[in-house]
Design a protein around this ligand. Structure first.
Ligand code: PMP
Length: 363
């Protein structure tokens, strides 16, 4: 991430502005007591929770992951699953396995995926490459499904990195057959508990193509030996007792209500902005017609008392674009969303006025 953006966001947090940046899950949804009990139980009664384990991760958790994929039509054996430190580590390991290749990400994607790919020596492009990075069901930052309408196309071609971070958080509850069910030799399946449960657990997973499994396990071991035993053990204890599906269903309703609130306010306050109504996830992707510097826009936003994620972080180098930003509805208080949109409208007006003044000075 651009260090200027990080510095501005950190300053904004400290000043208590309305936070439409970050794409964080709602802390009020997290089953805090149940998770605390599982963590305490893991540490107290399960010796494995406090010591080293194998790089692939604890078996009951891998069984839970494989069973969920199997219930959706994929034949995944628990032995194919590698538990990772969040989906982020899965992306880093996949990137290492694709060093020197080109991965297409579309014209806007999850910024830390771009970072993971590039740091590992992958060339990140918008279109046409050796592999494609996709988010089935719900894309970040657009919040819409860019995969299902082109499913047949995806299934006929190159390697696919299917990041299901938000797949279960479509507001309509539709969860498609995982791509790994139909193209197991080409799909690198990625999942996580971060969006539905808690990112603090750092529990994600990777199902690589069978032929790549040992190489990925070696990369995982070289990276960090294994994912934290205590959160893996606690997660499997927790998932064995907790009604995860009911929790995800509640979460969908929670985010759907907030998405509707923010979109309604954006339509009222920024009628000239373009955005697709999100179908799931945490955020809206907003585009304006003007070209310009989005870091300047973030400065202006913080001065107006709101933060957003500037669009430049989401774009591969070769993607052209006008001003865009991601506004998240997931973690701000619901009553702050309309005020947040109002402050965004002030931000854009001030920023456009400054731009017009600068143009006049130049001409
Ligand atoms: N993929 C996507 C699309 C994401 O938005 C995120 C988190 N912002 C991740 C992966 C990483 O999630 P984690 O490492 O917390 O599992």
């Amino acid at each position: 991430m651009d260090p200027r953006i990080v510095a501005l966001q950190k300053r904004a947090c400290a000043r208590g502005v309305i936070g439409l940046a970050g794409g964080l899950p709602a802390t009020e949804l997290m089953p805090r007591d149940d998770l605390a009990r599982a963590l305490a139980e893991a540490a107290t009664h399960h010796a494995v929770a406090l010591t080293y384990d194998w790089p692939e991760g604890v078996e009951p958790l891998r069984v839970w992951i494989a069973n969920r994929l199997s219930a959706r039509g994929a034949r995944v054996d628990p032995q194919q699953v590698i538990v990772t430190s969040g989906a982020q580590q899965a992306l880093s390991l996949i990137a290492m396995a694709h060093r020197g290749e080109r991965i297409a990400v579309g014209d806007a994607t999850y910024p830390a995926a771009i970072a993971a790919f590039e740091r590992a020596g992958v060339e990140v492009v918008a279109h046409s490459a050796d592999a494609h990075y996709l988010m089935p069901g719900v894309s970040n930052p657009r919040g819409i499904d860019l995969v299902e309408p082109r499913r047949a196309w995806w299934l006929g071609r190159e390697a696919l990195i299917a990041d299901e971070a938000y797949t279960e958080l479509r507001f309509d509850g539709r969860i498609e057959r995982p791509l790994v069910a139909d193209a197991p030799t080409r799909v690198w399946h990625v999942g996580t508990l971060s969006k539905t449960l808690s990112p603090g657990l750092r529990v994600g997973w990777l199902v690589p193509p069978r032929s790549e499994h040992q190489a990925l396990l070696d990369l995982k071991e070289a990276a960090d030996l294994q994912t934290a035993s205590v959160t893996q053990q606690a997660s499997s204890l927790f998932l064995a007792r907790f009604d995860y599906d009911a929790h995800v269903a509640r979460s969908r309703l929670h985010y759907r209500e907030r998405a509707a609130r923010l979109c309604e306010a954006l339509r009222r306050e920024l009628p000239y902005a373009r955005f697709a109504e999100p179908e799931g996830g945490f955020a809206v992707w907003v585009e304006l017609d003007e070209p310009g510097d989005e870091i300047g826009l973030l400065h202006e936003a913080i001065a107006a008392g709101v933060t957003i994620d500037p669009g430049r972080a989401f774009r591969p180098r070769d993607a052209a674009s006008t001003i865009s930003f991601r506004a998240s509805f997931s973690s701000a208080a619901i009553d702050e969303l309309a005020e947040g949109a109002h402050r965004l409208a002030l931000t854009v007006e001030r920023w456009l006025t400054r731009g017009a003044r600068a143009m006049r000075r130049r001409s």
